[in-house]
Design a protein around this ligand. Structure first.
Ligand SMILES: Nc1ncnc2c1ncn2[C@@H]1O[C@H](COP(=O)(O)OP(=O)(O)OP(=O)(O)O)[C@@H](O)[C@H]1O
Ligand SMILES: [Mg+2]
Length: 356
């Protein structure tokens, strides 16, 4: 790298060594001439050998000392960087020229500072994420807790003996307790996946059979929302997959639950199809509902994320369902995606590995 400042160029070991060698040679020559004048007449032939000899010797001694000094300092810098877990691409060694060594160190320090900057940015992002997460969790827990508190206080204030409200308020309190349990369980599930302690219990099962089971389970809820669930696969066809059955059931429930909740309010239609691909099956769950605004498509899998329409419908849960779904599918090393249908509603698709 070319020197960018005049200071840098005079600070080079060679320049310093030349200047110092000139000074030493001048002083030594002066002393030699004075000494010769005192003892006898100066011998100019000896002077001709003496001056370059002094200059060359002092030049090399000074240059060598500076290099050794620089090298010892560089080693300390390297050790410090090494302790910060940075692996410099090349190591300075005494065999290399000073320019090479300085360039390598310069490069290593730049790399190290770049890494530090990235780490600081990452830490800031994590801190922001944590703050947001805690805010979201407390918000989700606050509503049912305050509801329960309200029901209990009303019951204590005499409502307990009022047959009009006592059972009704107790039922509502129970509903809020269930909501609290659901949020806590979802959070627990996500935290297990994120900390990597969640283990998949894989087995071979028929995806078509499981889909049928889940549809039966969800049919009552679908009815409440004027929705129907349809399976578009041959009834007796087998789709054997190797996966965690309990978790895949959870995935289907969460996706069908959304398709019902955010489907068409008057005549909801949920369709489930399974497609045969090379070494996996692709399951698609589509609805004819509100769809997802394009700008939010890539955010729906974030925990606590809800679109404004979903919020205004007041039927959205806590926004954890899709985060869990994504974790489950990714734990199987598979993919999940979402798209809006060309006419109405949206489609979620996920893949699962075929059982051999
Ligand atoms: N089929 C869908 N159609 C339209 N919007 C959807 C659909 N599925 C999900 N969304 C949007 O994505 C958001 C996140 O969905 P997710 O399932 O994670 O949370 P939720 O349904 O609100 O709550 P939870 O599933 O925890 O009870 C929803 O609030 C909604 O805004
Ligand atoms: Mg959901």
């Amino acid at each position: 790298m070319p020197d960018s400042t005049p200071f840098m160029s005079t600070s080079k070991p060679e320049s310093i060594a030349i200047i110092d060698a000139v000074i030493i040679t001048a002083i030594a020559t002066l002393l030699y001439v004075l000494f010769m004048l005192l003892v006898s007449t100066p011998d100019f032939l000896t002077l001709l050998i003496f001056v370059p000899a002094i200059f060359i010797t002092s030049y090399f001694i000074i240059k060598y000392s500076i290099n050794r000094f620089i090298y010892s300092k560089i080693k300390i810098i390297y050790r410090t960087i090494g302790k910060q877990k940075t692996k410099p691409k090349s190591k300075p060694s005494q065999g290399k020229s000073e320019d090479d060594v300085l360039e390598i160190v310069n490069q290593a320090v730049l790399e190290w500072s770049e890494e530090q900057k990235k780490e600081v940015a990452e830490l800031k992002k994590m801190a922001e994420y944590r703050r947001e997460f805690i805010g979201n969790v407390s918000h989700e827990l606050k509503t049912p807790i305050f509801n329960i508190q309200g029901y209990i206080l009303t019951l204590l204030d005499g409502g307990l003996h009022d047959n009009e409200i006592n059972v009704k308020f107790l039922r509502r309190a129970k509903k809020s307790v269930n909501r609290l349990i659901a949020v806590v369980e979802d959070l627990e599930e996500i935290s297990k996946f994120e900390s990597g302690v969640s283990i998949l219990n894989t087995e071979t099962f028929d995806l078509n059979e499981l889909t049928k089971e889940v549809i039966e389970f969800m049919e009552m809820k679908a009815g409440k929302y004027n929705s129907t669930i349809e399976r578009i696969t041959p009834a007796n066809h087998n789709y054997p997959v190797i996966a965690d059955k309990k978790r895949v059931r959870q995935v289907l429930i969460n996706l069908i639950d959304n398709a019902i909740k955010y489907g068409d309010l008057k005549k909801g239609k949920v369709q489930i199809s399974i497609y045969d691909f090379h070494d996996y099956y692709l399951t698609e769950i589509s609805d004819n509902g509100m769809g997802i605004p394009e700008e939010f498509l890539f955010r729906v899998f974030e925990r606590f994320f809800r679109t404004d329409q979903a919020r205004s419908r007041k039927k959205g849960g806590s926004g954890l369902g899709l985060a869990i779904v994504k974790h489950i599918i990714e734990a199987h090393n598979q993919k999940i995606s979402v798209r809006n249908n060309s006419d109405k509603g949206s489609t979620f698709s996920f893949s699962l590995k075929k059982a051999k």
